[in-house]
Every structure is written in C-alpha cells, then in structure tokens.
Design a protein around this ligand. Structure first.
Ligand code: ATP
Length: 238
C-alpha cells in the first residue's frame, strides 16, 4: 500500500449551469484500493463523478490525479492521463464480438496488435466469462456479462483510476454480487477504483473506503472496516 492517493478530491463544488448540486466534497482513492460513493437517488454521486472526469466543471475545490492538479483539464486530457469512466447504463457494441469490443477499448493506446491481444488475454483472466464468450456477439450476452464487458473495455485503456457509475444497475441481486466480486479483484492490478453504487452491502463488501453523500454533501467518510460500528442504523442493516 502506498500512501499517495491516485485521486485526491478536495472541497469540490459542481452542478449544472447555475444550479449547484454538490458542495464541499472531499475524498481520496488509493492505488490498489476501492472507494465507494454511496447515497440515495439524487444525492449527487453521478454529478461528482462527472466533475472528477471533467464532463462537469468544478465551480469550487480541486481534483488531483497522481499528484497533478487537473481541476481545469479537459475530459479527454484526463483520459490520456489515466482516467477511465464507465458511465451509468453504458452499453457495449452489441453487433461486435466480445473480443472486438475489448480491442476497441484499447485503441487509444499505441500498442502493437500482439500487445493489444495480450491485454485482452489479461482481461479474460480477470473476467473468465468473457474469455469463454470471446467470439460471440456482445449483444447475445446477459446483462451482467455485458456490464463486465463494459468494465473490461474501460480497463483496456490501461487506466490508473477506474470510475464506475452503478455497475449493478438493472441486475438481479445474485448477479450484482458476482459483478462486485470481479470489480473487487481488479484492485489486484494496482489501479485505484472509484465506485458509485446503490447496492450498499455488495459494494461495501469489496470497498476499502466509504464516502456517503446526501443532498450534495459528505455525511459520512470511513474505512470500510469501521463501518459496522459507525453507522449500521444509517444503512438500516440488521
Ligand atoms: P442517481 O443514483 O439517481 O443517479 P445521484 O446521487 O447520482 O443519483 P445525481 O444524478 O448526481 O445524483 O443528481 C444530483 C442532483 O442533480 C439531483 O437533484 C438531480 O436532479 C440534479 N441533476 C442531475 N442531472 C442534472 C442535469 N443534467 N441538469 C440539471 N440537474 C441535474
């Protein structure tokens, strides 16, 4: 474990035009670890991710990636500097095979064809179900498998920070657990992961740090281990 966060968000304020929806939000993501942003619908989780990725403008505060201030950098610059962002409801290319989808995910890297294929092989190790289905059209796979493909496709860009907005969306509970387990295993590659979720239990199970937003502000920040003692009541756990 290194002590330098890959992502450092400080006192972030953002919104849509003149409408401010996020105030004074601070949190970190470390290499090889996962930070989850929780909170009810409309709490500001997606808006926060959009500001971190550069799709929304930060109106206050700062965002640092690997120690470099990127608060004012364009979204595509952030991608080049190692951010990958899988937006909520991200669709894969249904009429392309699983492997074609993966190779497309790596196209911005200056890799030789053989290196790209090696990267795809690495994804098949991380997501074995994708390896089994590599020659099938992505559209023939289940929702959970397509979600894993979307994540693996983002990983093909070789990010230092992977941001996932509600990968559990629309999936059956048992599939949610499976997707979360796979997301948790991505930590072993050494990247930092920032996850936005509604699936509280399943995401805390793989998280190292938990930040809860409510009405656009941080209402709880904790190591995932300490959470039981802290806020069972908040999550309504029994
Ligand atoms: P959800 O899980 O529903 O996506 P969330 O925590 O991600 O919830 P946000 O989507 O960030 O919440 O929404 C935060 C606030 O910003 C809400 O009040 C929402 O109505 C508002 N909002 C979201 N998108 C826009 C937009 N494009 N224009 C204006 N307001 C928006």
């Amino acid at each position: 474990q290194t002590d330098e966060p890959i992502l450092r968000v400080r006192n972030l304020g953002t919104g849509y035009g003149d409408l401010r929806v996020v105030w004074d939000v601070s949190f970190d993501v470390w290499p090889g670890r996962l930070t989850v942003l929780l909170g009810r619908n409309g709490a500001g989780k997606t808006t926060t991710l959009r500001a971190v990725s550069g799709l929304n403008k930060a109106t206050a505060g700062s965002v640092e990636l690997g120690g470099r201030d990127i608060t004012k950098a364009a979204a595509h610059t952030r991608v080049r500097q190692g951010m990958a962002y899988v937006q909520e409801g991200k669709r894969v290319f249904h009429a392309q095979t699983v492997e074609q989808n993966l190779l497309l995910g790596g196209y911005t890297r200056r890799l030789k064809r053989t290196e790209l294929r090696q990267e795809a092989e690495r994804m098949y190790e991380l997501f074995p179900v994708l390896g089994d289905k590599r020659s099938l059209l992505a559209g023939t796979m289940s929702g959970g498998q397509q979600q894993m493909l979307a994540i693996a496709q983002a990983m093909m860009a070789g990010p230092r920070l992977l941001m996932l907005d509600e990968p559990s969306g629309g999936l059956a509970p048992v599939i949610v657990n499976e997707v979360m387990e796979r997301v948790g295993l991505l930590k072993e590659t050494g990247i930092g992961i920032l996850l936005v979720e509604q699936a509280v239990e399943a995401s805390i199970a793989v998280a190292d740090h938990v930040t809860v937003l409510d009405m656009g502000r941080v209402v709880l920040a904790s190591a995932a281990d300490d959470l039981d003692n802290l806020q069972d009541a908040y999550f309504g756990r029994t």
